[in-house]
Design a protein around this ligand. Structure first.
Ligand code: KG4
Ligand code: ZN
Length: 332
């Protein structure tokens, strides 16, 4: 089965083609970073307008890269939620129109599930596994027992991990989005130079909290010690606090669940310190860690096309009354 996937939940307009036997045939992403960086964050109305401008050329490019016309596409998958509602509706309405006019089945993918299974674009992982999804909008742990078995174990009570990185980068004058910039400069810094708080939230909690950490950075930057500190050391120390919590809580949740495999997903999974630390500590704990390549951690449509291919192959299709949803469907 060959599936066209479309993703527009936030500020990336993306389209991809995934084939059951040949794998990923095309993966096109049009980023809106230059539009939003001016404002220090994503402006929802501007994002919707940009998606309207880009969705047709991005889909056309993906179909051409995959050398696939409508006659060889067997289904259309699109992100239905969660995300910015205006952005989602652009991709969704376009996908519905295509499915209707091409007379192809339609599948509405959950953005979080698409991230959670994105590792399968590169390699298979045995079920069950524990997934840490950490991005600009989410920081959650899931037990994944099969293509239809995703259960939520816990999530952030306030800011997402990526949001913490982005806000820290803003305080440090590193621009937007700032996760990758912090990652870069932290490589030249001392992670033990400044001490930042870690919110453990109790010994058995699978929840996260990053808002106190953000406040603590703000406070540090108003003191003479912070003002005189090297930005590389501040970034490295801040990053270490986020990574410490993500790694320890993920491995503890895996142990509690009796699971020996951990999969990372979402934009922050591209963080080099997170990747090396979880591999190292997973190794010590006897837990196998699976990391998608960095390009497949951030938002893309390849993961949407893959999930659509698996679900539609199993007979799961959606009607043209499919609607977008802004809030996550996963909760305890
Ligand atoms: O998954 P994603 O592309 O979009 C959402 O669904 O949110 O994640 C974007 C987030 C941003 O907050 C960005 O700063 C963060 O991922 N990010 C990183 C890195 N690369 C992207 N955070 C830390 N280190 C990185 N290397
Ligand atoms: Zn995402």
């Amino acid at each position: 089965m060959r599936v066209l996937g479309i993703e527009s939940s936030c500020d990336d307009t993306a389209a991809a083609v995934y084939d059951s036997s040949k794998g990923l045939l095309a993966n096109v992403i049009s980023s809106q970073v230059p539009v939003h960086s001016l404002y220090g964050g994503v402006v929802p109305e501007l994002a919707s307008r940009e998606h309207i401008r880009h969705v047709v050329p991005v889909v056309e490019r993906a179909l051409s890269d995959a050398d696939s016309g409508r006659e060889v596409i067997d289904g259309v998958a699109v992100t239905a939620g969660p995300g910015l509602i205006g952005s989602l509706l652009v991709g969704l309405c376009f996908a519905k129109s295509l499915a209707y006019s091409w007379e192809k089945p339609l599948y509405g993918a959950d953005h979080l599930e698409a991230h959670i299974f994105s590792i399968f674009l590169e390699r298979a992982v045995e079920f069950p596994y524990l997934a840490l999804l950490v991005s600009g909008g989410h920081t959650s742990l899931f037990r994944v027992s099969g293509w239809d078995g995703v259960s939520f174990l816990g999530g952030t009570l306030d800011d997402a991990g990526g949001e913490a990185f982005d806000k820290a980068a803003k305080f440090l004058g590193l621009g937007y989005p700032g996760g990758a910039a912090i990652d870069r400069i932290a490589q030249r810094g001392d992670p033990g130079r400044f001490s930042f708080p870690r919110a453990w939230l109790g010994p058995d909690s699978s929840d996260f909290s990053f808002s106190g950490l953000k406040t603590s950075l703000r406070v540090l930057l108003s003191t003479p010690e912070g003002k005189g500190g090297r930005i590389e050391d501040i970034a490295a120390s801040f990053q270490e606090a986020v990574v410490d919590v993500l790694v320890r809580k993920t491995l503890e949740a895996a142990r509690r669940e009796g699971i020996l495999r951990v999969v990372l997903a979402g934009g922050v999974a591209a963080n080099s310190r997170l990747r090396s630390k979880i591999e190292e500590e997973g190794d010590t704990a006897g837990i196998a860690v699976y990391l998608p390549s960095k390009a497949l951690c951030t938002d893309n449509a390849a993961m949407v096309a893959l999930l659509g291919e698996r679900r539609m192959s199993a007979g799961r299709v959606c009607g043209l009354d499919l609607n977008a949803y802004a809030a996550s469907r996963f909760s305890r």
